[in-house]
Design a protein around this ligand. Structure first.
Ligand code: HEM
Length: 445
């Protein structure tokens, strides 16, 4: 007999419960090479991570195309290391890829910095992303979400990813940056070419499949950066001539020590925002709907809560969607000195990779980690990183967008079902569902 949910139910207890377990049909093989992009096209290798957490929580991984790294898969270790920037630096790269010092310098953003240098850059934009500021965008986000959903729901069948989840995050980020709405699709295409740089659907130069050496000085080794840089330069010129209150104008203002960003720093910063603010939120929403459709009683429970204006359940459900999807699968650090993690010796210069997606399914931290519990309590997941200086800048914006999309969808739809197989991104870095065909069975009256 399964245990009762951790929180009182909102609806008839015998009709619905707030959780489904297991919520995934397939946890994958338990011997996958987690550094192989192709492995991730089959789904998150949860069974491999479960075995690693159990048998080898600080495991050496031979990379398909690199020098190998330590995979940290337990929550407690990832949590501690993300805070210890002295021993585990971000300044030598935050993805698996090794970069020569000149490449690193050319592509550097605040993500590849440690405090105090990092703090100086982060302060430039952090004001624009606080919960207080993000709350002021709620009406705009809701307006965009309603527009996007009403258009999509005009058809019985559509792809939730392309019609809904792709549209909202970039259009909203565009408004915050102060770029024109008309440029939204271009920004999405560029963002996809960056974070989807290993998937042939998103770039003609997929890393690992073709030679990308000529682009090694560009962010994400992506030729799209040439156009993004030109666009960013034009935006900067406009703001210098006519300053506004948007995020681009904030970026062009002098930093706390009085020096403005150099042109290259500004362009790299702009590129970082286009990359980070684009597909992560999209894939999180998609994962959430995918689970809800597989377990219609969860859809019903959340819908009842929305109709009853139960904001507490919606807030908890958003966190559970984030935990369960944990779409940025990992971030890397590099050991600055010889050290130990959980008794395993790590040498100075070794790559140490924090698997946030595994930490978020660690049963020492989350009881029943493969239970999708809309009302989960104590859900301090690592989907946005946690605890360290690099905690996601866009976390409150992403939360707001996910909340608004689900509440507006649940208001409008009584029943929706999956209408074909999902297609996954070829990436060991972003766990993404590229296509989720859906069929609307019943709209609300
Ligand atoms: C559900 C959506 C999102 C997820 C799962 C996510 C995930 C993350 C994670 C895990 C980090 C930590 C990196 C590290 O440990 O080194 C991060 C950092 C960052 N995120 Fe997000 N993110 C999301 C949405 C956004 C959005 C909407 C923006 C919009 C601007 C954004 C901008 C950033 C930036 C700029 C950083 C770097 C922060 C720093 O280095 O100080 N993210 N994100």
């Amino acid at each position: 007999m399964l245990q009762s949910p951790s929180r009182p139910l909102l609806c008839e207890p015998e009709a619905v419960s707030t959780w489904a377990e297991p919520y995934l049909d397939d946890l994958g093989p338990d011997d996958a090479n987690i550094s192989d992009h192709d492995v991730w096209t089959q789904g998150v290798p949860h069974a491999t991570f479960a075995r690693m957490r159990r048998e080898d929580p600080v495991a050496w991984v031979d990379e398909v195309d690199g020098r190998g790294y330590w995979a940290v898969t337990k929550y407690e270790d990832a949590f501690r290391i993300s805070r210890d920037t002295q021993t585990f630096t971000s300044a030598q790269g935050i993805r698996l890829e090794d970069m020569a010092p000149d490449e690193l310098e050319a592509r550097k953003t605040m993500m590849e910095m440690d405090p105090p240098e990092h703090t100086r850059y982060r302060r430039l934009v952090s004001r624009g992303f606080t919960p207080r500021v993000v709350n002021t965008y709620e009406a705009a986000i809701r307006g965009l979400a309603c527009e996007v959903l009403d258009r999509a729901l005009g058809d019985e069948r559509f792809d939730f990813v392309t019609e809904v989840a792709t549209e909202l995050p970039m259009r909203m980020l565009g408004r915050m940056l102060g770029t024109s709405d008309a440029d939204g699709h271009q920004l999405v295409e560029w963002g996809d070419a960056l974070l989807g740089n290993t998937d042939p659907d998103f770039t003609d130069f997929p890393v690992g499949l073709v030679d990308t050496d000529e682009f090694r000085f560009m962010p994400f080794r992506s030729p799209a950066t040439v156009e993004i840089f030109e666009y960013a330069a034009a935006q900067a010129a406009q703001r210098r001539e006519c300053p506004t209150h948007d995020v681009i104008s904030q970026l062009l203002a002098p930093t706390t020590d009085g020096t403005p960003l150099t042109d290259l720093e500004f362009k790299n910063f702009f590129t970082l925002l286009i990359a980070a603010g684009n597909d992560t939120t999209r894939y999180t929403m998609t994962h959430g709907l995918w689970v809800l459709m597989a377990h219609p009683h969860l859809f019903d429970t959340w819908r009842a809560a929305v109709l009853a204006d139960d904001e507490a359940l919606t807030a908890a459900a958003v966190e559970e969607v984030l935990r369960a999807s944990s779409v940025t699968t990992h971030f890397r650090r590099t050991a600055t000195c010889d050290t130990e993690i959980r008794g395993t010796k790590v040498r100075a210069g070794d790559k140490v990779v924090l698997y946030y997606v595994s930490a978020d399914h660690d049963d020492d931290r989350f009881p029943h980690p493969y239970r999708f519990d809309l009302a989960r309590q104590d859900n301090e997941h690592m989907a946005f990183g946690r605890n360290g200086p690099h905690l996601c800048l866009g976390a409150w914006l992403a939360r707001m967008e996910i909340k608004v999309v689900f509440t507006e969808l649940l208001r409008r739809v009584v029943r929706i079902e999956q209408d074909g197989p999902v297609e996954r991104l070829r990436s060991n870095f972003i766990s993404g569902i590229k296509h989720l065909p859906v069929r609307v069975v019943e709209l609300a009256a």
